[in-house]
Write a protein that binds this ligand. Structure first.
Ligand code: LLP
Length: 432
């Protein structure tokens, strides 16, 4: 039988006699000291996740690069860890570009994959010297006078995959990329604009735990790229297959075997695309896989209501963790100092936001709970802080990094109340 708590306690997080620890730091006590809500990230875990992908792909193909998808977690300290390991960065906006530069990424290591971008932002990206994965020919035409030397288009390979419909980005009905039937026309037009150097990109969706999905979509992608090469005599300098590697959020979900994934993808690459001496760069753009399980979100039980159902109120609301409200996403939740306590109640766990969708868990088996208990929410490294807000005037949490030698670093201060009015200006006639 799987132990419900051990299942999500990836190294260096651990369960010591029912208490959540990272190295020798008791996280319930630490949260009391620092205040909640609090995000605690493990540097060791980030590194392990990076090498899990890097080593798996390198084993089968050497000319390979990871471009970390900044959107998953854009804390510059976390970006710096990946930069030091040799990673590039994929950014979705000029804001993320600024963050990547702030974290020290060189322009050669940054790709920009925007959609429906403005002329001004595309021009800025060209001037910055970063690689652009254009979402459409119309985007390239906007800047045809000042186009970059190398152009990559985002292909919609006709299939996609993801945990929820909201995070599938390939296939019919997607707003992203160029459909297969039109891709050759698009590259031809780019050639007519005088472009001679090319790349190609796709991203089919997020949180996929099925190795077959990666085999299927890359077979399609490499076949289309190979047909383009034949038809238009294009030699792609890089092929970017996007992200989408999933992590288990629920008990009994089986983690991806990254080596098997890499082998399946590279097999397809060799079978359908690689020909002769030409060895293009192969890029992947993982976000979630690198950061999700590196971080635990800690919060405090503030109130308990027990009428027709038991509702546990906490200081973690949808302003911090929006995924359950937005996608009905599941995050495993436990009590940090009662990891071994029996699960006796069926509960709903909520935040303090004035919305009825502010529920981080429903119908959840949970241990006996008291006001003041510290809850811990697993897989909080991906799409948690980066999707957070100050809705209802709540402050965003402090972010902590625990280094490999178990030192404690604040990598982002908690918001203060002045942050809530930071850019505000009140016209003179409204002051008194
Ligand atoms: N590359 C591009 C162009 C993307 O749009 C994305 C994610 C990624 C890479 C990284 O995908 P990943 O490896 O993390 O699956 N907010 C949602 C996830 C949206 C992902 C959007 N694009 C969530 O909370 O699940």
């Amino acid at each position: 039988m799987v132990d419900i708590n051990d299942y999500f306690l990836v190294k260096p997080f651990l369960n010591k006699n029912g208490n959540l620890y990272i190295y020798d730091i008791n996280l319930a006590e630490f949260s009391e000291e620092r205040g909640t809500p609090l995000l605690v990230t493990s540097e060791e875990r980030l590194e392990n996740n990076y090498f899990s992908i890097y080593n798996s792909f390198q084993k089968f193909y050497k000319k390979f690069r990871i471009n970390y998808a900044v959107k998953a977690n854009s804390n510059p300290a976390i970006l710096s860890i990946f930069r030091k390991l040799g990673s590039g960065a994929d950014v979705a906006s000029l804001g993320e570009l600024f963050i990547a530069k702030f974290a020290g990424f060189e322009k050669e290591m940054i790709s920009f994959t925007p959609n429906y971008a403005s002329k001004e932002s595309l021009e800025f990206a060209v001037k910055s010297g970063i690689t652009i994965n254009f979402d459409d020919i119309s985007q390239l035409e906007l800047i045809k006078e000042s186009h970059p030397e190398i152009v990559s288009f985002r292909l919609n390979p006709g299939i996609g995959g993801g945990e929820f419909p909201g995070i599938v980005t390939g296939g019919h009905g997607s707003k992203f990329g160029i459909p297969e039937a039109h891709i050759s026309k698009v590259y031809k037009k780019a050639m007519e604009l005088g472009i001679k150097r090319f790349g190609i990109h796709m991203h089919g969706g997020s949180n996929n735990l099925n190795v077959e999905y990666f085999k299927k979509i890359t077979e399609k992608f490499f076949n289309i790229a190979s047909n383009l090469r034949k038809e238009l005599d294009i030699n792609f300098e890089f092929l970017d297959i996007g992200g989408g590697f999933g992590v288990p959020y629920r008990i009994n979900e089986i983690p991806l075997n990254m080596e098997e994934v890499a082998e399946g993808i590279i097999d397809n690459f060799k079978k359908y695309y690689l020909k002769g001496k030409d060895e293009p760069l192969l890029i992947v753009e993982p976000g979630r896989y690198l950061v999700a399980d590196s971080t635990i979100l800690l919060g405090k039980v503030t109130a308990i209501k027990n009428y027709d159902k038991k509702i546990i109120g906490t200081d973690i609301g949808m302003n911090i963790l929006i995924r359950p409200a937005l996608y009905n996403a599941y995050h495993h939740i436990a009590i940090a100092n009662k990891l071994d306590a029996p699960l006796i109640d069926d509960v709903t766990i909520v935040g303090q936001i004035c919305e009825n969708t502010d529920k981080i868990a429903e119908n959840r088996k949970f241990p006996e709970t008291e006001v003041g208990d510290i809850i811990c929410i697993f897989n909080s490294g991906a799409y948690v802080f980066s999707m957070s807000s100050n809705y209802n005037g709540f402050l965003r949490p402090e972010e902590i990094l625990i280094s490999k030698d178990s030192n404690i670093y604040t990598i982002r201060e908690r918001d203060d109340y002045l942050d809530l009015v930071k850019n505000v200006k009140i016209p003179d006639h409204l002051i008194f």
